[in-house]
Design a protein around this ligand. Structure first.
Ligand code: NAG
Ligand code: NAG
Ligand code: NAG
Ligand code: NAG
Ligand code: NAG
Length: 511
């Protein structure tokens, strides 16, 4: 009796002074900026497009300075939500298209599914891009209580219509959903504002007896569809009249809307009283598409390459974490981190454990974030696909060149950085007597710590290291799940389904 009384007292003490696990679980908000360039964040030195709201959160939180994603949308989102590597998922090759019947394997468990186990309400607003040819692949079948947004990679910012690609590029239809309902009533509402306002709404209406999870993969600043992929409300376009280049001006306007919507989101968290117990994660999905790649004009300068390449400009990404629960706010973390690390990191942050029977590529970075402990990883397998790839090991990076013909530094004039502003990334010296890196080379080696701009291929100076990294990369590649990509299927076309894209391979697609 006495013993159990003492025991109860102890439990009471724990409850009162307690272990993290007994406190109300923190709310988790993940904002994904689509296709935002490394240098377009004000906190990375870009001063052409003010991003005050994003910068404020970054400066008050922890800026993740050595943070990597995949080079394109689908693999990054898959890694973020599963903690697994795109090559383990068969998603290392291309993105899911509106007409291509593949997606994230149904045997994978997603972050919202884990969080639901611990009582979270789970919302998604925005872009999915992990498969929708059958309903079982879509957000509200995969752990999200609610979803407003689109299932594929892009839509027009106002009409929310999407086009097929390649042969199907003339095929057009609505891709906009409220859970499983075709959402026609948002025609004319600008995507970024619509999503931002919905986020505010969900926060203000949230029943705070339960922890809140919001996954907010924004449409911005990805291009929409032809004939004008880069659209923004006129008042935002007017802010950037000083930018000569039409595409760049439009991109700037799109980013500015995103930044304002982050301001609204922050204000809503404060107003609702949820701010104190929220962990906000901001990440891009890949490097910025520069110089017309993906119809867009981001800047990663002075990093090499851009979206769709394994160069730093394609995979070194904008990210920070913000929370009043952080022990070292206002700092910059230089620890190596990969987008797949978020899932295990979040689990530790909420005081829970992952199942031990799944081979996660992501590692728990909470100790590194909270206590500045060394990174839990020394290596990042960037990707290997179609004979091109890259792997990071310590300070070094092995590159097997190249995925697309964008292997320089963009934009060529660095007018996206203010004249008086030092770039955030300090390139090392360029040694013109070293060989360049082309697809004729078996591989190239760069010392990213001293040469973040990938000027100097030092493979011949460190042949043993280069060979070791090549073997590591090949071993990982040999174990990869083969790409799940499928050819385009004309049965997907919207003219067969009441003018919208749908779950066309189900017995009774939504019509
Ligand atoms: C799901 O199945 C695929 C093979 O189809 C496999 O490669 C993958 O590792 C499995 N995922 C999990 C979490 O076991
Ligand atoms: C595009 O159409 C042509 C001609 O109909 C066909 O031969 C080709 O296979 C199609 N390509 C794709 C990717 O569907
Ligand atoms: C959206 O509105 C535009 C302009 O009013 C119209 O042309 C278009 O058909 C509408 N789209 C849908 C899917 O209703
Ligand atoms: C910010 O909130 C205001 C007030 O609700 C709203 O009118 C505006 O559209 C929002 N801005 C963005 C960019 O979402
Ligand atoms: C440039 O590379 C060459 C060849 O490896 C080397 O001999 C030389 O010292 C390097 N120059 C500088 C400035 O590092």
């Amino acid at each position: 009796m006495l013993r159990s009384g003492a025991c109860q007292f102890l439990v009471l003490l724990l409850l009162v002074f307690g272990g993290d696990t007994r406190k109300a679980k923190p709310n988790i908000v993940i904002v994904v900026a689509d296709d935002m360039g490394y240098t377009d964040a004000g906190f990375h030195g870009g001063d052409q497009i003010p991003t005050p709201h994003i910068d404020k959160l970054a400066h008050e939180g922890i800026i993740l300075d050595n943070y990597y994603t995949a080079m394109i949308c689908t693999p990054s989102r898959a890694a973020l939500l599963t903690g697994r590597h795109p090559m383990q998922l068969g998603l290392q090759h291309g993105v899911v298209g509106a007409t291509t019947p593949f997606g994230l394997g149904l045997n994978e468990t997603l972050l919202p599914q884990y969080l639901k186990k611990y009582g979270y309400v789970t919302h998604m607003i925005g872009k999915w891009h992990l498969g929708s040819f059958k309903l079982v692949y879509t957000p509200t079948k995969r752990g999200f209580d609610t979803h407003l947004g689109f299932w594929n990679g892009k839509t027009d910012y106002f009409t929310h219509m999407n086009r097929g690609r390649g042969n199907a590029s003339k095929i057009i239809g609505l891709d906009f959903w409220e859970n499983f309902k075709v959402a026609r009533e948002y025609n004319g509402s600008y995507g970024t504002e619509l999503f931002g306002n919905r986020a505010v709404d969900l926060i203000m209406r949230h029943d705070q007896s339960k922890p809140f999870f919001l996954y907010l993969p924004h449409q911005a600043v990805h291009a929409g569809i032809a004939p004008q992929p880069l659209k923004a409300p006129q008042e935002y376009l007017d802010r950037f009249k000083f930018i000569q280049h039409d595409g760049r001006r439009r991109y700037a306007a799109m980013l500015s809307v995103l930044d304002d919507s982050i301001g609204n989101l922050t204000a809503a968290l404060k107003k609702s009283g949820m701010y104190e117990n929220t962990i906000l994660i901001f990440t891009t999905d890949n490097g910025g598409p520069a110089d017309g790649v993906s119809h867009n004009y981001a800047s990663n300068w002075p990093l090499r390459g851009c979206k769709r390449t394994n160069w730093e400009g394609g995979v070194r990404a904008v990210s920070f974490i913000h929370s009043l629960l952080l022990k070292n706010p206002g700092t910059i973390s230089h620890h190596l981190m990969h987008i797949s690390d978020w899932l295990p990191t979040i689990m530790t942050a909420i005081g829970e454990k992952l199942p031990s029977n799944i081979d996660y590529y992501g590692v728990d970075q909470w100790p590194s974030i909270q206590f500045n402990a060394p990174s839990a990883r020394n290596e990042i397998m960037h990707n290997y696909d179609d004979g091109a790839g890259a792997i990071r090991y310590g300070d070094y990076k092995l590159v097997i060149c190249c995925t697309i013909n964008k292997n320089g530094w963009y934009p060529e004039e660095h007018f996206y950085i203010g004249d008086n502003q030092k770039p955030y990334i300090q390139c090392g010296e360029r040694n013109s007597s070293l060989p360049s890196c082309t697809s004729a080379d078996k591989y190239c080696l760069f010392d990213i710590a001293s040469d973040p701009c990938e000027y100097n291929n030092i493979a011949f100076l460190k042949p043993d290291l280069a060979e070791k990294l090549y073997n590591k990369l090949m071993t990982f590649a040999d174990a990869a799940q083969p790409p799940r990509d499928k050819p385009s299927d004309p049965d997907s076309y919207p003219d067969l389904h009441n003018g919208h894209w749908t779950d066309w391979l189900d017995k009774h697609p939504i019509f």
